[in-house]
Design a protein around this ligand. Sequence first.
Ligand code: C2E
Ligand code: CA
Ligand code: CA
Length: 627
Amino acid sequence: MSLANQNLILVVDDNFNELKILSTFLENNGFQIAIASDGLSALKLSHQICPDLILLASLMPDIDGFQTYCCLNKSPITKDIPVIFTANYNDSRNIVKAINLGAVDYLTKPFKQEEVLSRIQLHLRLHSLTLKLQQQNKFLIEDIEARHIKESNLVKITQKLEERVEERVNQLSLALHELQKTQKELLAREAKFQHDALHDDLTGLPNRSWLMEQLQTIIKSANKNTNLQYAVLSIGLDRFKVVNDSLGHLVGDELLQKVALRLQACLSHAGKIARFGGDEFMIVLEDIKSTDDAIFLAEDIQEQLKLPFKLAGYEVFVGVSIGITLSTLMEYNSPIDVLRDAGIAMSLAKQAGKGRYEVLTPQNKTRAIARLQLENDLRQAIEREEFYLEYQPIYSLSTGQLQGFEALVRWNHPSRGRVAPAEFIPTVEEIGLIDRLGFWVLQEATRQLSKWQHEFPHHSLLVMNVNLSAKQLKQIKLLKQIDSLFSELGLPPNCLKLEITESSFLKTSSEEINMLHQLRQKGIGLCIDDFGTGYSSLSRLHNFPVNTIKVDRSFVNRLGTGSGETEIVQTIVNLAHNLGLDLVAEGIETPEQLQKLQELGYELGQGYLFSKPLNCQRARQLLSNVV
Ligand code: C2E
Ligand code: CA
Ligand code: CA
């Protein structure tokens, strides 16, 4: 399809001939043609048909081509239509005017057909291109606008995003700050944990774990370098329990803090100190020149800790017992062994009478271990009830009648078999278990007596002698225990006689003597045991509310040997009888001894001559045989 076919051209001219010629020519060339013979009808027609191009004569009556053009130009419908002015050949003024007004071209008359055609085609193409361009431009603008919208949306989104990012960054930096704070706190807490794990709360001193670590290193270096000697001192307060029990835990705590300070003051820079809980402290002396270094330190500590402590308005005295173990005397590979040995040495010092120090040697270690083993076994023995009683008969020396029994405790050790009381009673006393064991003996012996009295009514006057440790006299609840025992068994109090050794009588305090008075007032018999061994002044006897004296076996043994014992025994007899006390002899082994004692006027006696201590069945048998 040719370009002309599509195009509608409006030819405007007042000269009919020219109009005709031009339009015919153009029609012949394929254009659609509309014609107008003046400006007004051209304007009208242009609005109706909207031609693709207007050929406009510049000079016309009424409104000329220029005015028409101006009107076309003003209307939005026609303003873009390309207008080619037609003018006479020599009318250059109007041509210029037309061009200035904005006409796309001009054609001069007489028209040259080729030129007309080519100009029209050119301008139509230009117009079509312009339209295309405008269209594209419009698209472009729309596109740009759309992009602008998108961009502004993007900017908004970006802005929002930035705001959120900023907000998030703020939150994150806050969280980071919190995290750093928490981390700091955690680190501080961990540091505190680590410190606490290795230190004692109360005194601030390092603790057992810390010292173990230190010792590990020291042992390693000493094992590599034999010239390196070290000592470990285990320090225990002698009277801490007394202070704690009498003045309370707070004062006890204050005492431990002050002891810690004094111990630190005694230490040279080479010493390391730690608290091992309770009232026990450990000192490690590294790289000592000789054992004297450890001994000097122990003596210095003992001097310093002898001085009183001012606590809660009181002057408190506590001594210390110190156990020392030396790498030169003992061989060590592990801290546990060293610490255990230092503890063993301390227990030796305590056994030796407190306020002392002991250096551990392989020999005394063996002794101490045996002793510790005994302590351990005894604690278990009490739990497991490994004790039982034997009963040694006591006879009237004048009538030969059975008067009663002495209850003697025995320990049936699971591996050692029967252990004699002399071997374990002192330890039971020392480890503070005598109250329990003593009461068990008392209970067992009186229950047994009650059974026998019921079984053998003719023995209703039998007396049971029970040995009482002086330590039991310190126990206020003893009276109550005895009362409830007697009311449980329905026994008369005079069928019980408590034996207390003479040596412990000498140490009795006024409270203990008071206890003895109360026991005596109840009607319970009291007997001084092993009399003659404690060297008590005979004149002091009347201070004690006792009613029987049991003369020690050692005197009975030597009776009649000419060693002057008879005189002593005679003196005792006179004195006892003057004071109204009964006399018992123990350890009678021979008829001669018996005869002598009878002559001297002894009321009662016991010994292998009559009978060894009997177990329960054999004692019962004895009772059933005696009429
Ligand atoms: P003790 O109270 O002087 O007891 C007498 C000791 O002499 C008993 O020794 C007894 O078996 C022994 N014996 C009796 N007759 C003769 C004899 O003719 N010749 C010889 N050589 N010895 C004789 P045992 O049973 O070994 O008791 C030793 C000590 O243990 C007792 O001496 C007593 O102080 C203590 N003891 C025993 N049982 C208890 C108890 O239940 N409580 C307390 N606190 N101490 C007890
Ligand atoms: Ca006795
Ligand atoms: Ca005795």
